[in-house]
Design a protein around this ligand. Sequence first.
Ligand code: F0G
Length: 446
Amino acid sequence: MHFTSKMAGTATVPPRDERETRLREAGYNLFNIPSEAVAVDLLTDSGTGTMSDDQWAAMVRGDEAYAGSESFANLEAAVREVMGIEHVVPAHQGRGAENVLYGALVEEGDVVLNNTHFDTTRAHVVENGGRPIDCPVDGALDPASTGDFLGNFDVECGRAAVEEMGEDRVPAVVVTITNNSAAGQPVSVENLREVRGFADEIDATMVVDACRFAENAHFVQRREPAFAGTSVADIAREQLSYADAVVMSGKKDGLVNIGGFVGLRDESLLDAVEQRAILYEGFLTYGGMAGRDLEAFAVGLREAVQESYLESRVDQVRELADLIEAAGLPVYRPVGGHAVYVDAGSAYAHVPDDRFPGQALAVDLYREGAVRGVELGSFAFPDTDRPEFVRLAVPRRTYHREHLEHVGETAAAVAERADRAVGYDIVAEPPMEELRHFSARLEPAD
Ligand code: F0G
C-alpha cells in the first residue's frame, strides 16, 4: 500500500553551529530539543503518525457529550470487533490506562512479571509499591542473536520469581506485544497460550500490553507456521483472547495522536477499574479524549489491521535498518515492527556503560544530521542489565524514502567519527530514577 499526502509539513536541517547550541541548551537530552530544530524525528512512533482522510472525516462526527457519547459507543464497537475485548474503559493514553489498571491490581510488596517492562509500565508498578521483574527469553537482549519470536515471555523465569516470592505476591503477569524494550520483537501465539496457563497456575491476572498488537499479528502470520493461512484480523483477536485485561495506547496501533483504554474480558476487575478511571481519566464515555478523538481511534483500529498497510509499515522499518547498517552502524536483527535499534555498545565500544554510549550516539545523530532518536539502554533503564540501544522509531504513514536516506547519510557521518566519540555524565536528574531519561541533564565527559 502506498500513501499520498493531503497536508504538507516542513522540516529543515538547521546549520551545524545551531545544532551544537541546541544540544548544549538541551543539556544533551534530546527530549529538550524543540521539534522545529529536528529534520527527521524518530524519537517515538507514539502519537506522531499521520491520520487518514477517513479518520479526519470521522472526527467531524465527534459527539462531545460528557455522558453517553455516541462516539464512545463507536470506539467500543471497534474494540469489540477488532480486538475481541468486551469492556472498554477509556483513558487519555497508555500510561493513563496503566495508572488505572495497575493501581487496581498492585499492592505494596507485590511483584509484577513482564516479558520486558516498558519505562512507563515499570514506573507505574514501582509507584504502586510493586517490584517489576523482566522475563525476556534468552537472546532477546543480545544484538547478535537470531530468532522469530525474541519478544516472548520466559515462563521458566516467571516460575523462578514465583518460587522466590510466593504466588500470592504476584497479582499480574504482563505480556507486551510487540516487546518494545526488547527491540520491538514479536511474541508468538503459542507463547501467549503458555503464559495463559502459567497465569492460571498462580491465579494471576494476565495482562496484554497491546499497543502494537497489529504489528505483532503481522509477524505471527509471517513466522508462526500454524497461522500462515490466517488473516491478520483473526490473529489480532486470537492473540488478545488469552488476556484477562488489556492496556492500550492508541497512539501506536490505534493510528491516532492521543488516546488509550483498559480492556477487560469479564467483570471481575471492572468496578475497581471504572472507579479509578473516573477519578483520574474522566467519565467512562470519554476518558480524557474529546469525542472527535474517539471517532478517529475507532477508524484507526480498523485501518491498523489491514494487511497491505502492515506490510508497507514493516517494510519501511526494515528499509531504514538496511540503510543504517550499510552506513556502518550495527543494528539489531531481526528488525522489529516499529523501530530500528542501533547497537551503540558495539559502535561506541570504547565509551564505558556508565558514560552512556547510547546517549552519546543519539546525541551524535542529532549533531551530524538533526536526526532525533532515543536512548533505550542504561540511561533510560537504570540498574537493569541491557544492551546500549538507540531506538529510531518510525512514525506511521509519515516519512518518505528521502527522509530514510537522510538518516542513512547521517548514520554514515556518525560511523565515520565513531572512534572520536565521547561519553556523557549526568549533572542533574529527577527524584524518580525510572523517569530520569525524560528530564536529566548531561555534559560531555572530559
Ligand atoms: N506500553 C508500551 C509498550 C509503550 O511502548 C508505551 C509508550 C506505553 C505503554 C505508554 O503509552 O505513551 O500512550 O502513555 N511508548 C512510547 C514509546 C512513548 O516511545 O515507545 P503512552
